[in-house]
Ligand binder design. Structure first.
Ligand code: FEO
Length: 415
């Protein structure tokens, strides 16, 4: 294993204290052929502050290096923008020496860190979107950027330096020995774009929200946690994220069919939330309550749709109404592989959504479910199948979220 740990000045009183990792690093089922860096930044202000740590494999070296740079008892804050072990992995080793440091992170970040690293009896400063922190000579401002690329993520902005510390965002997986993009010996743009496509692209709507949040900031440098520090033309990289996260419109309006059977009206309420969220994406929604609809008309609508949502209440562990009849017909026809998902409310047990999924798979649809969402988006929340016991405000909000996600799937889907 070859690594380098150094301190390099990146701004006033601010030093890169990271690792250049030349290994072919396994990461998210990929092998990073060009290695990577784990960029950590030390601000030697009146209240010395570290932004992110390094990969768990380098904890010991990192702490030794940090100890040679400062008395770790004097470290006042450790900002954790993102809890994955390639950035927060050296935290436990560091905390053993940095006995007074307060951990600065989001509420979810704090929960995850406590769980992962069994951190006890340490002070956390919980960050909410837009919060600021005076570290004595610099002001840090924090923005929550959930799902870029995990739920707890935030970014840090050094106000006086006009420098953005966005952790994974704007990163590149390259063992960037030169550290700064203006010194790069090879064309790193393809790798920057590949990183975006693999890590950030699946969370496109959240990239749009992040870009809105940083639009008002004056940014002279972007200091991410992998690859080059973007001190030359940082705006170019923001523009690239803007371009890559903007959907090219073909001019064709997409259509989603929502069809359901309901016993008490709760499944209809879910359908309405889903429909509203999808319509907000600018798509046409054809919604059918099978009690009043003609099966042939519904099947025709599905054949001309770009996405399908099928819902049913559960009674005696089964679907209700004519839903099964419709699904049998679909399973016996040749359907296009468009995104499809199941939803339904239940009171006792909720098997209907599972039966629906089985039929959707049999008919050849691209079924959007927990397995798909975890594998493709890293979502560990179960949005589909949308299976809701009775109904309350929380369930309706979940349905809204599920609708937004389904709309995104349909808009970005390529067969
Ligand atoms: Fe670089 Fe999400 O870890």
């Amino acid at each position: 294993m070859r690594s380098e740990l150094n301190s390099v000045k990146v701004a006033e009183n601010t030093y890169w204290v990271g690792i250049v990792d030349d290994r072919k690093v396994p990461f998210h089922r990929l092998i990073l052929e060009k290695g990577t860096t784990y960029n950590s930044y030390l601000m030697m202000t009146e209240k010395p502050t570290l932004i992110d740590t390094v990969d768990i494999a380098f904890g010991r070296e990192f702490v030794e290096q940090m100890s040679s740079l400062m008395d770790l008892d004097e470290l006042a804050y450790i900002v954790i923008n993102h809890v994955e072990p390639d950035h927060a992995g050296a935290l436990p080793a560091l905390l053993r020496k940095a006995t007074n440091a307060v951990i600065v992170t989001t509420s979810l970040g704090a929960e995850l860190l406590k769980d992962m690293f069994r951190i006890k009896n340490r002070e956390f400063l919980i960050i909410k979107d837009g919060d600021s922190l005076d570290i004595g000579g610099k002001t840090l401002q924090f923005f929550e950027t959930p799902y870029l690329h995990t739920a707890e993520t935030m970014i840090t902005y050094a106000v006086e330096d006009k420098t953005l510390y966005p952790c994974d965002q704007f990163s590149t997986h390259m063992a960037a020995h030169e550290l700064f993009n203006d010194l790069a010996q090879e064309d790193y743009l393809p790798d920057f774009e590949t990183y975006y496509k693999l890590i950030m692209g699946p969370h496109r709507p959240y990239v749009r929200k992040m870009l809105e949040k940083i639009a008002g900031l004056e940014i002279n440098m972007i200091a991410p946690s992998h690859g080059y520090i973007l001190r030359e033309d940082p705006q170019r990289f923001i523009s690239l994220y803007d371009e890559m996260s903007t959907l090219s419109t073909s001019g064709e309006t997409k259509k989603v069919t929502i069809v359901y059977s309901t016993m008490t009206g709760n499944t209809r309420k879910l359908a309405q939330q889903l429909a509203e969220a999808i319509a907000d994406y600018g798509m046409v929604v054809d919604e059918y309550n099978l009690r009043d609809a003609d099966l042939k008309e519904v099947a025709d609508s599905i054949r001309s749709s770009d996405g399908l949502l099928v819902g049913s209440s559960t009674r005696y562990a089964d679907m209700v109404g004519d839903i099964e009849k419709l699904l049998q017909e679909l399973a016996e026809s040749e359907m296009r592989r468009i995104p499809a998902a199941a939803f339904g409310s239940y009171g006792w047990s909720g098997e209907a959504t599972l039966h629906i999924e089985n039929y959707l798979e049999q008919a050849g649809f691209q079924v959007i479910n927990e397995r798909h969402l975890l594998g493709n988006h890293g979502y560990d929340m179960s949005l589909f199948p949308l299976r809701v016991k009775f109904i309350d405000e929380k369930a309706l909000e979940r349905a809204r979220q599920a609708g937004e996600l389904f709309g995104e799937k349909v808009l970005t889907y390529t067969a």
